[in-house]
Design a protein around this ligand. Structure first.
Ligand code: F6R
Length: 606
């Protein structure tokens, strides 16, 4: 993953590089570095850990160059140490890279045999030596990069600067996103437009295989074949202000509390409130003709998709195939011609999801994506991009993006149902009205978090935590376990409640908290039977429900009361308590809630 940035500026750029990197920290934060051209030669500063460590290094030894590149890292090849931190460099060239150079071992062997000395364990360093080799052989910088690109396989976004060239920076993109920013007498590159927002809103997105030669006067862009190409400059709406935490201690808390508002906004994009009816954008496909839907996504977005499967199958009576994005394309799933493939992604840059989208496109599917970042690659490569209006999600653990994805999927299910005639106008109105109620219900749930603070102390002592759910609430159990793992580092697993007796029940003893997501719906009694099985084995039951606690029929370790909602909207409502459980447990345990270890917000490597 990683975030990259580059500036050809009119004043020293180190501080601005760090400012841009701060906006890219969501892409990785295990080390960072910048390099500049200092009186003709290359210099760099690097530091392990968060950006503040790089700032300390820069204060101790400032850089004054007006041409520079920067990087924030999520380690793929080599530990997150200073030695492996970017920029990597030789005396002639310095490189920042996002992605993976898949053939770096072969390149390293060839270049080492030619006498190049590698200093790090990274794949990126192969690019440094490959370009240096071209320069050593007398090639001009742009020709050396062009030649090097022909040898690289894998995914990359690259920013490259050169010793002795104060007005030159080269950008290249294959498989990883890269934007160019146009200033007045200044040029920029960055992994996204948000990084460049403090400096310019005039953005060019490079396309697959593009590479560009930047000077302060502008950019010359070439395609994979080396032909000069024109790419549009668009006005980016990325906000130049870094979103702040408001009155909250963490971005995650703020984002949990924003849910009533952002769910409302998202629903408003798909619902005609005045008519209590769905008003879905045109997907360029007759929804009434759909015979199968394929959904694909990763992590939390996958769990949103899984809820979507229950909704679409139940409401629209259309079979839905759902798969984790990293699996779907490799099993070469046969897809019906003209089918609808739906991709769910907050960032719109997730490499596995994007690769699967391209696979489905090649298989003749109509592509719809539910995305939070409208300018993202996934949005741009889709036939129809269906926005979630969650706003920027900074906390690495997804919360508001998840419930907005659910909102868009619920509306999609109703839209297909209506087009296929599987639901009546009355039913449509009932479901739409139920959805419109959700923001109010969630707002009510966010007024008192004291039960979660108490529960957090209890859970913090556990080694393993199980989550159970049934039917459409089974994905909520999966999401609950993922949230807890991610930010508290407690081991947690989600299971379909009915599956417990087929194996996981062996884990239950008096030390294992079992969190049961059990709305009083048509499956409530069945879930309660599974809960009894846990109670009989001494497990500590934490019930999340709108049913009275006595209905559990056993002693509860804790009970989280949830307001009664329409069964259709329960996944949205029950998402909130599982988020709050994870959040308060992590806060109690003192972990880094917004930037948990080993993770990054946007996963742009396979
Ligand atoms: C978990 C989380 C991840 C993402 C996953 C997909 O809290 O945020 O599991 O959901 O990496 O990311 P997007 O939605 O950006 O494709």
């Amino acid at each position: 993953m990683c975030g990259i940035v580059g500036i050809l500026g009119s004043k020293p750029v180190a501080e601005d590089l760090v400012e841009a990197l701060r906006r890219l920290e969501y892409r990785g934060y295990d080390s960072a570095g910048v390099a500049t051209v200092e009186n003709g030669h290359l210099e760099r500063r690097r530091a392990e850990g968060k950006l503040r460590n790089l700032e300390t290094a820069l204060r101790a030894e400032p850089l004054t160059g007006t041409t520079g590149i920067g990087h924030t890292r999520w380690a793929t090849h080599g530990k997150p140490t200073v030695r492996n931190a970017h920029p990597h460099m030789s005396a002639k060239v310095s490189v920042v890279h996002n992605g993976i150079i898949e053939n770096y071992r072969e390149l390293k062997a060839e270049l080492t045999a030619k006498g190049h000395k590698f200093e790090s364990d990274t794949d990126t360093e192969a690019v440094v030596h490959l370009v240096t080799d071209g320069l050593d052989n007398g090639l001009a910088p742009a020709d050396a990069v062009k030649a090097a690109l022909r040898h690289l396989t894998g995914a990359f976004a690259l920013g490259i600067i050169f010793a002795g060239h104060d007005d030159l920076m080269i950008a290249a993109r294959q498989g990883s996103p890269l934007a160019l920013g146009h200033g007045d007498g200044e040029m920029y590159l960055g992994s996204d437009a948000i990084a460049l927002a403090p400096f310019t809103d005039r953005i060019t997105y490079l396309e697959e295989g593009d590479w560009a030669v930047l000077t302060r006067g502008g950019a010359e862009i070439f395609d994979r074949a080396g032909h000069r190409v024109a790419r549009q400059i668009i006005k980016s709406s990325a906000n130049s202000l870094l979103v702040d935490k408001g009155n909250h201690r963490h971005f995650m808390a703020k984002e949990i509390h924003e849910q009533p508002q952002v769910i409302s906004q998202t629903l408003a994009a798909y619902i005609d409130m005045a008519k209590s009816a769905i008003d879905y954008p045109d997907l360029g496909i007759d929804l009434g003709d759909i015979t199968r839907v394929t959904i694909s996504a990763c992590g939390t977005a996958y769990y949103a998709g899984l809820v979507g499967k229950y909704w679409i199958e139940r409401v629209a009576r259309v079979p839905v195939e759902i798969d984790i994005a990293s699996e779907l394309r490799y099993r070469e799933a046969p897809l019906p011609k003209g089918g609808l493939a739906v991709f769910v992604s907050q960032s719109g840059e997730t490499a596995d999801t994007l690769a699967t989208l391209r696979y489905c496109k090649a298989e003749g599917q109509r592509i719809a994506s539910i995305v939070n970042v409208r300018t993202s690659t996934i949005a741009r490569e889709s036939d129809a991009a269906l926005p979630t209006l969650a706003g920027p999600e900074i906390g690495v653990a997804s919360t508001k993006a998840f419930t907005c994805q659910l909102s868009a999927l619920a509306c999609l299910a109703i839209a297909i149902g209506r087009a296929k005639g599987t639901i009546s106008a009355e039913k449509e109105s009932e479901l739409v009205t139920a959805l419109a109620e959700v923001p109010r219900i969630i707002a009510g749930m966010l007024t008192d978090e004291s039960p979660y603070e108490e529960l957090a102390q209890h859970l913090s002592k556990a080694r393993d935590v199980l989550y159970l759910g049934r039917g459409i609430n089974y994905p909520i159990a999966l999401e609950g376990a993922l949230k807890l793992k991610e930010i508290s580092y407690l081991h947690a697993e989600g299971y379909a409640a009915g599956e417990l007796k087929h194996g996981p029940i062996a884990l239950i003893d008096e030390n294992v908290p079992v969190i049961v997501v059990a709305p009083e719906d048509e499956l409530f009694e069945k879930t309660i039977s599974n809960l009894q099985e846990v109670a009989a084995r001494g497990g500590q039951i934490i019930l999340i429900s709108d049913a009275e606690p006595e209905l559990a029929g056993c002693k509860l370790a804790a009970y989280i009361r949830v307001p009664h909602a329409h069964a259709f909207t329960n996944p949205l409502v029950y998402a909130v308590p599982i988020q709050l459980i994870a959040y308060h447990t992590a806060v109690f345990m003192g972990t880094d809630v917004d930037q948990p270890r080993n993770l990054a917000k946007s996963v742009t490597v396979e």
